[in-house]
Write a protein that binds this ligand. Structure first.
Ligand code: HEM
Ligand code: HEM
Length: 175
């Protein structure tokens, strides 16, 4: 009927972490000058990003070992599916992939900048490291994927009038 409870929990936890990490990246880290005051938001961003890596790998492992909700009823008379529905499943896979790439490129950047070697260090310019541009570009792609994912939900929920969130929410046990 719906995703495994652990997947539902991890889905919402990762969504929360990804939004927070994104917001810190775009609205705090990018506008801030590279000085020691930046250490706190930078490390909050990095620890959240590493948490996302663990959650996403765990999610994907659980996902391939559990059943997906069955909702495809083949109807030969059904209308052709709109593009946003055809794209939904590939977009979900790409979300896993690009979330992992996001965390890995961030970790690579932190290694290049020597942030793990000296936890008090702040480089003069993050753009001196090639992975800074890679991390920034991947963040744009991830953003587009999240928008597409949300549009699928909007389509089901508001245009088709289905309770699409039910797949990704918990069910109260009947007494
Ligand atoms: C950063 C944010 C998000 C990411 C990375 C993400 C990722 C994913 C992935 C990978 C799946 C496929 C399920 C699986 O295979 O485990 C999924 C399913 C789903 N997500 Fe999200 N999600 C995010 C945010 C949201 C938000 C904000 C909503 C609500 C509006 C939402 C609603 C859903 C629903 C309803 C499903 C089930 C879709 C189906 O099976 O047809 N997601 N999500
Ligand atoms: C899914 C996880 C992550 C997301 C969504 C994310 C998102 C972002 C975003 C949006 C930016 C600003 C990019 C721009 O606008 O050009 C950024 C910068 C950055 N991120 Fe991440 N990030 C993640 C994981 C990580 C990890 C794991 C690390 C390190 C361990 C990291 C380290 C950095 C650094 C060092 C910067 C550059 C800050 C600056 O230029 O001042 N990120 N990240």
């Amino acid at each position: 009927m719906r995703y495994h409870a652990s997947l539902i929990l991890l889905h919402w936890l990762s969504a929360l972490f990804i939004f927070a990490t994104f917001l810190i990246g775009v609205f705090v880290l990018v506008p801030m000058p590279d000085n020691p005051v930046k250490l706190l938001p930078l490390w909050a961003h990095m620890l959240l990003g590493l948490g996302i890596l663990i959650i996403t790998v765990a999610r994907y492992t659980i996902r391939v070992r559990t059943l997906k909700p069955l909702r495809k009823v083949k109807n030969p008379l059904a209308k052709k599916k709109p593009l946003i529905v055809t794209m939904a499943e590939p977009v979900q896979l790409l979300l896993y992939l690009f979330t992992i790439l996001m965390s890995l490129s961030g970790t690579g950047l932190a290694l290049q900048a020597g942030l793990f070697a000296d936890t008090q260090a702040i480089p003069a310019d993050f753009y001196a490291f090639p992975l800074r541009t890679v991390h920034g570009t991947i963040s744009t792609i991830l953003f587009v994927l999240i928008v597409l994912h949300l549009l699928t939900w909007v389509y089901y929920q508001f245009l088709r009038g289905e309770n699409a969130l039910a797949w990704m929410w918990f069910r109260r046990r009947k007494p």
